[in-house]
Ligand binder design. Sequence first.
Ligand SMILES: [Zn+2]
Length: 360
Amino acid sequence: MKGTLHLVRAFGIDIAVHWSFLLLIAWIVYRSATIGVGMVATGVAIVFVLTIFACVVLHELGHALTAKAFGIGTRHITILPIGGVAALERIPTQPGQEFLITIAGPAVNVVIAAGLIGGVWLLGDLAMPETTYSAAGTGFFLSLGVVNVALAVFNMLPAFPMDGGRVLRAVLAIWLEYARATAIAAGCGQLMAVAFAAWALWGGNPFLLLIAAFVFFGSKAEVAAARQRAVLTRQRVGVAMQTDIHALPFDAAVGEAAQIMFEGRQHDFPVFDAEGGLVGLLRREAIVEGMRSRGPDAPIRERIETDLPVLDENDDLAHALEMLRTHGPALAVMHRGRLVGLLSQEQLGRFLMLGGVPGR
Ligand SMILES: [Zn+2]
């Protein structure tokens, strides 16, 4: 994500903080100065907020590691002043998986809260001066425990893109079509966003206003994504793929592919062996690299990408898009052992943009 500072890499996931997080720190310093709580209390307030955001990171790791258990990777975790975002590589196709991945986040906060409150009860608490965040008399760990309860409750509000919205959708999807379930959950989210905004303006809380905007536009994005997925699920690879394609023999030279690529007709080429079996794909980058380093006579042989999955012309486009996102910009389409076409992300984009194939 743009404008972020990379912090650490944990479980193979990059964790970063957005620059706007500094605004939150600045706000605490400003508030502390206006209330006049002094340097120590300001420092404690900042440490307190940093500890809360450590809990937010753990919450996001709850999502990411549960997703990992279902074979779904996480591109990165970003911490914003209004909470965290775990960018999953794909949305799970089964509502049950989405439910578990979603519920794992707030569950982490519940566990932390139980640990802290239990610990304070057994061992006592650390005294905290009166800060922007706490009144005198509340200890550090109890306050943190209470914040974790609040985080769990707040995230479970049924408003996209917060966890509660996803849980509501997963539950509705038991009875309803996915797109319909999303629309209802999103409508609920937008109502809540309006309520947040009203509350924010009433109480003069700028962060709540930010959250309201985040929820409002997040809900709209979820509806668009679900609609696109519904369209993709109904269509087959066979209607969207490119059929007029060039395939190359195993012993061809890079120049042959470069010529066709130059004419703008095709960027990725299926490659066959002498028996007519599909070996793999020659990709755009491999052609460019071959032309640059060794010229048009360079053999394509050592530049072929093998071990790639193939699509079937009867696969639905939602599945195809997932495969393209994981395995690269284009994949060969086979049917009954025969190459019938090529599907690229670019081609799929054209298909969606035009709302189908003209004249077909
Ligand atoms: Zn969450």
